[in-house]
Design a protein around this ligand. Sequence first.
Ligand code: ZN
Ligand code: ZN
Length: 311
Amino acid sequence: MQLIFWGVRGSYPVPGPATVRYGGHTSCVELRSHNGECLVVDAGTGLRGLGKKLAGENFHSDETEYNLVLSHVHWDHIQGLPFFEPAYMGGSKIVVHAPRAAADELRQVIGGITRHEFFPVDLDAVPASFEFREVLPGREFKIGAFELLPIGLNHPFGAVGYRIDADGNSMAYISDTAPFDRMLHKQHFTAAPEEPSVEDRKVLDDMRTALVKALEDVDTVIYDTHFTSDEYEHFPHWGHSTPDHALDICEQAGVRQLILYHHAPAHDDNMMDKIGAEYRQKGSKQGVSVLVAREHMQLTVGVTTNPGVAP
Ligand SMILES: [Zn+2]
Ligand SMILES: [Zn+2]
């Protein structure tokens, strides 16, 4: 299984001279099985580049199905959808797998981003057909060569991670999530941190246990490490983790390789270099190899090599 990173940022895109090396696009990762099947994970602005590549590959096909799995529907995970080139090719079928946001139907939520006030082409007016499938934590499903296990995460209004097995190997995509000790994120956003109740603590413990179990012996884990430890102390109610939180989970689960991901917009290339150096060292002490996600970085799951950069 191959991974190619098309967007590695959280919150909003930050193109410019300070982010040239790590990239400015928001969350989007391409997975490829040995036989060439493609699975798209999250649809931030990185999806535009991936869509262009896929449209080129399938230019001569009459019918092509594209599968997109989403962690949740916050902007930085869906904003690339209106710019996904295969949506404008007749014969494309786009299947979106995602957890449901609040009580609304998925089609309604995702269709909302193409309301005429925001975007001129309505979802129903594009040549491709869309299908929406709801995912639930713990309910496994299969997409071609890929076996997926959705995992409940600790994030305002909820998010799911995925363990994905294919070709006898495994990876996981864990974005977005806060750690599982300070507060339980619910179906609202709080302006300040909230102390967890006894019941909340039990939910958090169960969530953490389920996550560690799901990640057991996974080869490569992509994890939300939006904050440094200092930043986290100011914003524990924003629903994101630090590299320390990610390392602890990966160490406990026996993960081989951790990829730091969902970088804060303010973290420029120099800062990402520093974070990478610090956590490569910490990781080696904890038995976990650490990489920092970069736009266009590609690597093969289960293989230790210097990751290349996709053309
Ligand atoms: Zn996010
Ligand atoms: Zn989010």
